[in-house]
Ligand binder design. Structure first.
Ligand SMILES: Nc1ncnc2c1ncn2[C@@H]1O[C@H](COP(=O)(O)OP(=O)(O)OP(=O)(O)O)[C@@H](O)[C@H]1O
Length: 250
C-alpha cells in the first residue's frame, strides 16, 4: 500500500504575529493560514490593522514577534522566496510618475529576475489582463486613478505569484472594471493562486471571497468560510464587531 502523501504546507501562515506602530499595538497575536486557490477577504474599520497585516505579509514591515511562513518556509530567512512567491498591490498603488506603463512592468519583472522573451510575454499578458494595451506608452504620472490602480494590479500579478496580496484592489475602479477584477481573481484562484485582499466593500467580499477574516483593534475577531446567506449574515457579523466590539464565534 502506498504511504499517504504528506499534505503540502499552506501558501501563507501567520503565527502569533505582533506589530506596534508609533508605539501602539497595530496587530496583536495574529494567526492565519491560507491555502492555494483560496481567496481570503480582510475586513475591519479604519485603523483595524489590515494594511499593517498585508505589509507584513508582503515583507515591507517586519513583525515585532511571531512567524510568517510562505509555502512552509520562514520568509524572513529567505527574502528571495518572498520576491518570487508574492505579488503585492500596496494601498494607493504607488507608482513612478516618470515611467511609462510598459516600463513599470519591465522594472517589476527585472526586480524579480525576469528577462528577455519571458518578461516580454508576461508583460503582454499583464497588459491584456488589465486592459492596459492602449496605454502601454503613457506615463504613469498622467493616468487616471483607476488606470493607476489597474497598473498596480498588473505589476502585482506579472510574475504569476503563488500569493497575491491586494490592499483595497477595487479602489477607484469603475463598475465595469470591478466586475472584470472579480472574474480575474476567480480565474487566478481556480489556477491555484492564493489571494488575500482587504476592502471596505462587503459586496466585494461576498462576490469573490470564499473566506472572510475581520480585524478589530489589531485583533482577529472572526475567521470563517462565508456563511450560506452571505451578505446579510456577513453584514450582521461585521457590524456586531465594528460597532459593539462583540466577537462572533467562528
Ligand atoms: N505609517 C504609520 N505610522 C504610524 N502608525 C501607523 C502608520 N500606519 C498605520 N498606523 C497605525 O497602525 C494602526 C493600524 O493601521 P492600518 O493602516 O494597518 O489599519 P487599516 O485597517 O488598514 O485602516 P484603513 O481601513 O484606514 O486603511 C492604526 O492605529 C494606525 O494609526
Amino acid at each position: 500500500m502506498n504511504a499517504p502523501k504528506p499534505a503540502s504546507p499552506p501558501v501563507l501562515q501567520l503565527e502569533a504575529v505582533n506589530r506596534h506602530r508609533a508605539g501602539r499595538p497595530a496587530v496583536r497575536d495574529l494567526s492565519l493560514r491560507l491555502e492555494a486557490g483560496q481567496i481570503l477577504g480582510l475586513l475591519g474599520v479604519n485603523g483595524a490593522g489590515k494594511s499593517t497585516t498585508l505589509a507584513m505579509v508582503a515583507g515591507a514591515l517586519r513583525p515585532d514577534s511571531g512567524a510568517i511562513r510562505l509555502q512552509g518556509q520562514d520568509f524572513l530567512e529567505y527574502p528571495e522566496l518572498a520576491r518570487r512567491v508574492i505579488g503585492w498591490l500596496p494601498e494607493g498603488a504607488p507608482l513612478w510618475p516618470e515611467l511609462t506603463v510598459s516600463e513599470h512592468l519591465d522594472a517589476h519583472g527585472r526586480l524579480r529576475g525576469m528577462a528577455g522573451a519571458a518578461l516580454r510575454e508576461a508583460r503582454e499578458t499583464a497588459l491584456a489582463r488589465l486592459e492596459l494595451n492602449d496605454m502601454a506608452r503613457r506615463l504613469a504620472g498622467v493616468l487616471s486613478q483607476g488606470q493607476r490602480q489597474r497598473l498596480g494590479l498588473a505589476c502585482a500579478l506579472l510574475h504569476r505569484p503563488a500569493l497575491l496580496v491586494l490592499d483595497e484592489p477595487s479602489n477607484a475602479l469603475d463598475p465595469v472594471q470591478v466586475v472584470a477584477l472579480r472574474g480575474l481573481l476567480r480565474e487566478l484562484a481556480a489556477g491555484g493562486t492564493a489571494v488575500i485582499l482587504s476592502t471596505h466593500q462587503l459586496t466585494e467580499i461576498t462576490a469573490v471571497c470564499d473566506r472572510v477574516a475581520i480585524l478589530h483593534g489589531g485583533i482577529l475577531r472572526h475567521d470563517a468560510a462565508l456563511p450560506a446567506d452571505q451578505h446579510a449574515a456577513l453584514e450582521k457579523i461585521f457590524f456586531d464587531i465594528a460597532l459593539n466590539g462583540k466577537a462572533e464565534a467562528a
